[in-house]
Design a protein around this ligand. Structure first.
Ligand code: IMP
Ligand code: MG
Length: 181
């Protein structure tokens, strides 16, 4: 069973997650009411947020997925590779990339450029969490759920070694889980 004892403290509760999705869903519905919105979720972390957010969006929208590999273990190389590309052709579409967290920004700035190069009408970013203090790439999300301090978080799609994605809230990972590993 998943250990709540591995959670140092809760950062975003289930109630706050619902408030955030309602707020962002309302704003996105208004901003895209006359557009051809395509929500593109980045696997795997963005999926839980996508599932909640899309049910708060009232304008027409489609969904798609892509998956990218992490950049050779380091955060500085900037090398991002596709593991799974989108199914839908982004040309002429208004794309909103739905991500779990904007951290260094390397992944999202790469994805944004790739989709823009394919002649999308627009590409914006909706990140559930934002760690601005860790930013390396020049990118900001047009829609942000919550800014958080530079701590390693788990739950609500976010993992540590593929674990904890199914926690219904976002919590700070207890140090004892990773210190000395
Ligand atoms: P970046 O913005 O390119 O550094 O990478 C963002 C990705 O790193 C996210 O999509 C997450 O998958 C992962 N990530 C960054 N910070 C955390 C964290 O605190 N917990 C879990 N995953 C994280
Ligand atoms: Mg991710």
């Amino acid at each position: 069973m998943i250990g709540y004892e591995d959670v140092e403290r809760v950062l975003v509760s289930e109630a706050e997650i619902d408030e955030i999705c309602t707020r962002l869903g309302k704003q996105i519905s208004e901003d895209y009411k006359d557009k051809k919105l395509l929500l593109v979720s980045v696997l795997k972390g963005g999926v839980v947020f996508l599932a909640d957010l899309m049910r708060k969006i009232t304008c027409d929208c489609e969904i798609d997925f892509m998956s990218v590999s992490s950049y050779s273990g380091t955060k500085t190389t900037g090398v991002v590779k596709f593991k799974k590309d989108m199914d839908v052709d982004p040309e002429g579409r208004d794309i909103l990339i739905v991500e779990d967290i904007l951290d260094s920004g390397i992944t999202l700035s790469y994805l944004k450029k790739v989709i823009l190069d394919r002649n999308a009408a627009s590409v914006k970013v909706c990140a559930f969490l934002d760690k601005p203090s860790n930013r390396v790439a020049d990118i900001e999300a047009e829609y942000t759920g919550k800014q958080i301090p530079d701590e390693f978080v788990i739950g609500y799609g976010l993992d540590y070694n593929e674990k904890y994605r199914n926690l219904p809230f976002v919590g700070v990972l207890a140090e004892k889980v990773y210190v000395g590993k």
